[in-house]
Structure formats: C-alpha cells, structure tokens
Design a protein around this ligand. Structure first.
Ligand SMILES: Nc1ncnc2c1ncn2[C@@H]1O[C@H](COP(=O)(O)OP(=O)(O)O)[C@@H](O)[C@H]1O
Ligand SMILES: [Mg+2]
Length: 266
C-alpha cells in the first residue's frame, strides 16, 4: 500500500457543542500532532463521541476545528473526507451489502458527484482487503459477519479512503479481548506503515495506555487531563473520574496497564 499523504495534525480550539439544551462538549482545546495517536477516554456520556463528531464535521460546534497545519481553515464536505476517515461506534451498513462493495464506498470522496468505481478504485480496495486478511470475505454480506470481522471491514472501508487522519470511535466496543487487541494492533501497524495521525476514543482502561502516545481525559464535556499515558493514567485520576480503585503498571516504553479492583466493604 502506498503512503497516502504526509502526516498532518488536527486540533480543537475552544470547541463547544450544545445538544438537547445542554453543553456536552465544553470549550475543549486539544492538539494531536501529525503522525501521533491520541486516545480520548472518559466515563459514559463524557462527550467523547461528540468531540470526535465535531472533528468529523457531523455535529455543529462553536470554536474551531483544524485538520492540517496551523491556520488551515476548517475543511468542508468532500475535502474533509479526503483528509479524515471515520470509523463510527455504530456504523450504518446497508442490509445485504457485500464486503467488497462496502469497502469500495471508501473511494467515493475521490470521485465526482456520481460515484462510479474505476479499475484503480477496485485495485485499491482489493489491496486493503488483502492487507486486513479480508479477501476470503469479499463476497460475504457484511451483516453476516461476526463482530470482529465486521469491525475489520469497517476499518477497511476507512483505509480505502486513503486519508492521512483516521478517527475511530470506540472501535473495539463489541469485541472480546483477543479481537480488541487485534484491531488495536492492526491500527498501530497501519499507523506506522501509512504515517497516519490517529484519534480514537476507547472506554476500556485496561488497554488504553498501551496503544496511544497521548491520553485526553474528558469528564462532563470538559478536558480534565491530557498527556503521555504514564503521566495521565494514575490510580488517583482513575478514582476521581471513574470512581473505581485501580492499580497501574508502567513498562520501559511508557505503556501503562491498568487493572481495576472491586471495592470491598471494611
Ligand atoms: N442528539 C443528542 N441530543 C441530546 N443529547 C445528546 C445527543 N447526543 C448525545 N447527547 C448527550 O451528550 C452527552 C455526551 O454524549 P457522547 O458524546 O455520546 O458521550 P460518550 O461518547 O463519552 O459516551 C450525553 O449526555 C448524551 O446523552
Ligand atoms: Mg461514545
């Protein structure tokens, strides 16, 4: 697979989002350097999905979102889809659609108004499916796949888009531990191969510190901490924002493993 573009960074500056009469993202300033991986964590309802949607341009916001170097204006429509591919938490998959055709949809931002796939589009799609070991599934209906297989297909569609930025909203929420690690390891490998900037959200504290350069903690719409996993994922912070007792272990490379403990009375 070719390197689609030189890495570019993204940033939110003073971004707020109001939904249903409430401020669910509250004046967030966060910068993700080109080629790095930042994971947004936080309790349920903290605003993780909404923050990513502001970046993806699928929710109205105040403040500014930047995709690219400083002072780049916010991209619109198809331009945004050329810069940024999104793996949503709940992807909408047309019923009965085959794996190849679904992944091929990732090429549509490269086309004019009417999408008609070229031989190049088909070759690019086949290469990504092959890279993700999905070739044997090409003719299967996406909705007939297991959760882990389907998740890989959604990642494939995003990669077919060949954008420099990949946004993943809880890409592992329905996967067992083995498949969770598989998807995250795949993203880690692809990031290096393709020089991608990755912005993800994850709720599983046990793995989050092993797959990102930076952790951004959201609580009630506010950014409450942001930095390298070893500085951010401390038992104190986890107790404060999740209300659980945790133990953390940091390895030589700064990766953090978190284990949480049941609180026992007395
Ligand atoms: N369309 C909506 N209308 C009203 N409230 C919403 C809407 N979407 C999300 N919210 C609320 O915004 C808050 C943040 O949601 P979300 O960004 O999905 O959080 P997270 O991804 O961290 O769980 C939640 O309280 C949620 O109920
Ligand atoms: Mg969410």
């Amino acid at each position: 697979m070719s390197n689609p573009a030189t890495a570019i960074g993204v940033a939110w500056s003073g971004v707020s989002v109001d939904l249903g009469g409430r401020t669910v993202v509250d004046c967030v300033d966060l910068e993700v350097a080109a080629g790095s991986w930042t994971t947004v964590v936080g309790p349920n309802g903290a605003g993780k999905t909404t923050l990513l949607r502001a970046l993806a341009g699928t929710v109205a916001h105040s403040g500014t979102v930047r995709v690219g170097p400083a002072r780049t204006p916010e991209p619109s429509g198809r331009n945004r889809a050329r810069l940024l591919a999104v793996v949503p938490q709940h992807p909408v998959i047309p019923p009965g659609m085959q794996v190849f055709d679904y992944a091929l949809l990732g090429r549509s931002p490269h086309q004019g108004l009417r999408f008609s796939a070229s031989a190049t589009d088909r070759r690019a799609t086949a290469a990504v499916l092959d890279r993700l070991d999905l070739t044997p599934f090409s003719d299967r209906a996406v909705d007939s796949l297991s959760g882990g297989e389907r998740q890989r297909v959604v990642v494939a569609r995003a990669l077919v888009q060949e954008t420099p930025v990949l946004v993943l909203d809880e890409p592992t929420s329905f996967l067992d531990l083995g498949h969770q690690l598989e998807v995250l390891e795949l993203v880690a490998e692809l990031r290096t191969e393709r020089d991608l900037t990755v912005v993800s959200s994850l709720h599983d504290l046990s793995v989050v510190g092993q797959f990102a350069d930076r952790i951004a903690v959201l609580d009630a719409g506010r950014l409450v901490a942001d930095g390298p996993p070893a500085e951010i994922l401390t038992p104190e912070l986890i107790a404060r924002h999740w209300g659980v007792d945790a133990r953390t272990e940091v390895d030589d490379e700064g990766a953090v493993t978190v284990t949480v403990h049941r609180r026992r009375p007395g």
